[in-house]
Design a binder for this molecule. Structure first.
Ligand code: MN
Length: 325
């Protein structure tokens, strides 16, 4: 399929590049590093070869979220966002941008998102899970009350917020001890991000800000598969849900979330996501450079779905969500 739009595609700046070391075998680092630092050359070539007309770029992970000093986090976010703005301006028909946001300081994050959207035409924010604060050992999640003014800004700006994975901190990883292979995309990324998304849903955030639209990668980080059970645990007991939100969790999932196919190129999984959230809320993505554009595109272009759904997921859902002309 030609004209695809992809939206979980990452780059790095010198200040954040080493955050991506260690996720793949050392022999792959030279290659991964080069992929992350390139924007205008190989990336565009691969997009041409795989029918991707446009990608919405975002900084690598965990980057800004792993800088406990709020002033430093803001400084790196601004450097990355300014650089990304320049890169998009060089190829405006091929690239658009998500802002990196220093959520260690919710007010600073709201101001930076506003600057990026209003002054530089960014299409939203992409944040790598919880932010570390204080001595760096504390993880803060965005359902907490201090983030409500930030979310009000996101809703006012009317832009989506991409909740991207990161690994849990070492002191929060007891379950993975001795099983390091479960960290990262194998399992820990999805677990961490799914729980964060559920915290947002259960907190009542979407009762107060019903227009918010959150994007999850990796076909929803496992949530579509579990959505019924989340609301129906021990259904014969008829106990009211014990969380601040007013509605069943699935209601928020269906109204306030979008999923991308990033790093999850499996038709069975796509069909489950389509049955749960609908083809209108699923968007094509690759997760370059951690996954290959050709792996994503070869799978998606031939996946056993209707051509109408392929067009939505590959292109028109993104045009609608991001108000692309
Ligand atoms: Mn990613």
């Amino acid at each position: 399929m030609h004209g695809k739009i992809a939206l979980e595609e990452h780059f790095a700046i010198p200040e954040t590049i080493m955050d991506s070391a260690g996720f793949l075998a050392d022999v792959s680092w030279t290659e991964l590093r080069a992929r992350l630092l390139d924007i205008q050359e190989r990336r565009i070539r691969e997009m041409d070869e795989t029918g991707i007309e446009m990608t919405i770029l975002s900084l690598n992970a965990p980057a800004v979220q792993a800088i406990p000093d709020p002033a430093k986090a803001l400084e790196i976010a601004r450097i990355a966002n300014d650089y990304l703005g320049e890169q998009v301006a060089k190829s405006p028909t091929r690239f658009r941008a998500f802002a990196a946001l220093p959520l260690q300081d919710p007010d600073a994050a709201a101001r930076e998102l506003t600057r990026c959207v209003k002054d530089m035409g960014f299409l939203g924010g992409l944040v790598n899970g919880f932010s570390q604060v204080g001595d760096g050992k504390k993880a803060i999640y965005y359902d907490l009350p201090q983030f409500r003014p930030f979310w009000a800004t996101v809703e006012d700006l009317d832009v989506p917020f991409y909740l991207h994975p990161r690994n849990p901190l070492p002191q929060d990883s007891a379950i993975y001890e001795g099983h390091g292979w479960l960290m990262g995309p194998t399992w820990a990324f999805g677990q961490e991000t799914a729980v964060h998304a559920l915290r947002l849903m259960g907190s009542g955030l979407f009762d107060v800000h019903p227009k918010l639209q959150i994007i999850l990668g990796h076909m929803g980080e496992g949530l579509p598969y579990s959505m019924w059970r989340i609301d129906n645990r021990n259904g014969w007991v008829k106990a009211p849900p014990n969380y601040p939100a007013k509605k069943p969790i699935a209601d928020y999932f269906h109204a306030n979330f979008h999923l991308t196919t990033s790093g999850n190129f499996r038709t069975q999984t796509l069909i489950d996501a389509m049955l749960e959230i609908g083809a209108d809320r699923i968007l094509f993505s690759a997760d370059w450079p951690f996954e290959n554009m050709d792996h994503a595109a070869t799978w998606f272009d031939a996946a056993s779905i209707s051509e109408a759904d392929r067009l939505k997921i590959g292109r028109t859902n993104a045009q609608k969500l991001f108000k692309l002309a």
